[in-house]
Design a binder for this molecule. Structure first.
Ligand SMILES: [Ca+2]
Ligand SMILES: [Ca+2]
Length: 219
């Protein structure tokens, strides 16, 4: 029995002490954009789309991190620095932001990823051949600009957005020169964790099998 207790404790420790990892995704469409301006695409003319894969890690040293990789279809991004922010072709991306806001709601920026008004820091990678932007949001990304005051277009620390993330109240919005206020949008939602569930089931199964074998050998 002592052996079983040790195994159970080991399994529980494995799950509780290691950093927790969660998968998120966002599917970006023109239909999800909430019109807030005549320069949006309320008529649904755009055929662009996007898919973002994100990984949240909590419990690690240095605070939470959220890696993201957003691949766009039917839109272009520029690898040239500085990015074009004043003029460009209709299908060229002017800005990518992660915003606060539930489905159907427009709200302030959480992270400025690409383009106007600022970008994620040195971890941002832009691949124009695949129209992909990827990077890492952490607490060091808080940037309130030269005034030092948090405004609607500033980036915040990831810790200050975790509650919204876990509630499904963050979204990607992609702004192009054709649709400056937003051409495509996608809510960031958690993906079920089959790997973590499998680990728990595996631990329980292992304990049951070992217990059954030991009980059998007693008789
Ligand atoms: Ca960053
Ligand atoms: Ca500011």
């Amino acid at each position: 029995m002592k052996f079983i207790c040790c195994l159970t404790f080991f399994g529980a420790s494995l799950l509780s002490t290691s950093a927790a990892v969660f998968s998120y995704q966002a599917i970006l469409t023109p239909e999800a954009v909430v019109p807030g301006s005549p320069t949006d695409d309320p008529a649904g003319i755009s055929t662009a789309s996007g898919l973002a894969q994100l990984t949240l890690t909590t419990g690690g040293v240095g605070g939470p991190t959220l890696s993201y990789s957003l691949t766009l279809t039917g839109l272009d991004v520029s690898e040239t620095i500085p990015r074009p922010t004043l003029t460009g072709p209709d299908d060229l991306v002017r800005a990518v932001h992660i915003h606060f806001g539930a489905v159907g709601v427009n709200d302030v920026h959480g992270l400025n990823v690409y383009g106007f008004p600022r970008e994620d820091d040195a971890d941002l990678v832009v691949n124009s051949s695949t129209s992909t932007v990827s990077g890492l949001w952490d607490d060091s990304d808080a940037n309130f600009g030269s005034d030092g005051i948090r405004g609607a277009g500033d980036s915040v620390a990831l810790s200050d957005a975790l509650t919204a993330l876990q509630a499904g109240e963050l979204y990607f919005q992609v702004h192009t020169f054709g649709f400056r206020q937003g051409e495509i949008r996608g809510q960031i939602t958690q993906v079920p964790e089959p790997a973590q569930l499998a680990l728990v089931v595996g631990c329980i199964f292992f304990v049951v099998v070992v217990y059954a074998r030991r009980s059998k050998h007693r008789f």
